[in-house]
Design a protein around this ligand. Structure first.
Ligand code: PMV
Length: 322
């Protein structure tokens, strides 16, 4: 992998901001853990107005300084270690350390895709600091190395991450789809904001290694990806919702069959899922998706918002195409 050549004199500080994205076709499993190269393609939708904002400066040391939402991160926290490991790609003897101030508008590591917006914002801040002027495709490749899903956080709307085949990962990047869907809404149903019991990074590896259902996963994704793209092109919401929900269910079923089993669902998650089923039975077209955490995200069209908020009064509604 060719990393951008730093210019010797960085600006005083660099700034980057990037939104969260929610996968509708999930990335679950790596063919190369070192470069975060996925087994399959994936497809997400960006959530506008859920930004991570990051400022970066080159400093003399004695070590990296990282703060998240105004709180200094301890050197032994996983957030600190993961960020430093990524920064290792960009430092040299002349620029040994960085100071980072980052503001997240979503809970960290609670299945709300904060690492996606976080690494995308960090890469944009580095691009600004060193004035690389890289293309979004190249930035997508760099962000992928911090967190796979981060490669999809550079565009609004629907974004397709191509798994690629090359060993160096240069063909594994994301691209936006042309289609928009102005009525499409997402609502976050937060059942728990605490840190998840197992990181998506470890959970993915455990699933690939031990789940007897993983064999079926690449074909399931390939089929769902074609169907979801068709549903988007035809604005067929029932088909769209069904594919997205089945994707999430298939991913969690595959994880559940791992050993030890990986189960991100809490009682409140299941209760919320059942309320989605009940709403559908009552004729309201609403579907859910769930990532590596207990919270669920509802998908629906704008005209059904009131009925959905009656059942989920605390849901945080986000129009996806502003
Ligand atoms: O990029 P990571 O390591 O945070 O993994 C993301 C995994 C899922 O959110 C469950 C799926 C996805 O495609 O975003």
């Amino acid at each position: 992998m060719l990393l951008p050549k730093q210019i010797q004199k960085p600006k005083e500080q660099g700034y980057g901001e990037a939104p969260v994205n929610i996968a509708l076709i999930k990335y679950w499993g790596k063919r190369c853990p070192l470069l975060n190269l996925p087994v399959t393609d994936s497809l997400s939708v960006t959530v506008p107005d859920t930004l991570t904002k990051t400022v970066i400066r080159a400093i003399d040391g004695p070590c990296d300084k990282i703060s998240l939402n105004q709180t200094i991160m301890q050197n032994n926290s996983s957030f600190y270690k993961r960020t430093c490991q990524f920064l290792d790609l960009f430092r040299n003897e002349k620029l040994p350390f960085f100071e980072i101030e980052t503001q997240n508008s979503v809970a960290t590591a609670a299945g709300l895709a904060s690492s996606a917006s976080g690494f995308a914002a960090l890469v944009l801040a580095l691009n600004d600091l060193f004035q690389w002027q890289l293309s979004l495709k190249h930035l997508s490749i760099l962000a992928r190395m911090g967190s796979g899903s981060a490669c999809r956080s550079f565009w609004p709307g629907f974004v397709h991450w191509h798994a690629g085949m090359e060993e160096n990962g240069m063909d594994s990047f994301a691209e936006p789809l042309a289609q928009t869907w102005p009525d499409l809404m997402l609502a976050l149903v937060i059942v728990n904001q605490s840190q998840k019991p197992i990181s998506s990074r470890d959970a993915m590896q455990q699933t690939v290694r031990t789940s007897p259902l993983y064999e079926a996963w690449p074909n399931t994704v390939a089929k769902h990806l074609i169907e979801l793209k068709q549903a988007i092109a035809q604005k067929d919401f029932a088909h769209f919702g069904q594919v997205a929900e089945q994707q999430a269910l298939a991913m969690h079923a595959t994880m559940l069959a791992s050993w030890p089993s990986i189960d991100y669902r809490l009682e409140a998650t299941l209760a919320s899922i059942h309320r989605v089923y009940e709403l559908r039975q009552a004729g309201v077209p609403v579907y859910f998706t769930q990532d590596a955490g207990p919270n669920i995200k509802l998908l629906f069209e704008a005209r059904h918002q009131a009925e959905i908020l009656q059942v989920f009064p605390a849901a945080i509604v986000k129009p996806l195409f502003l």
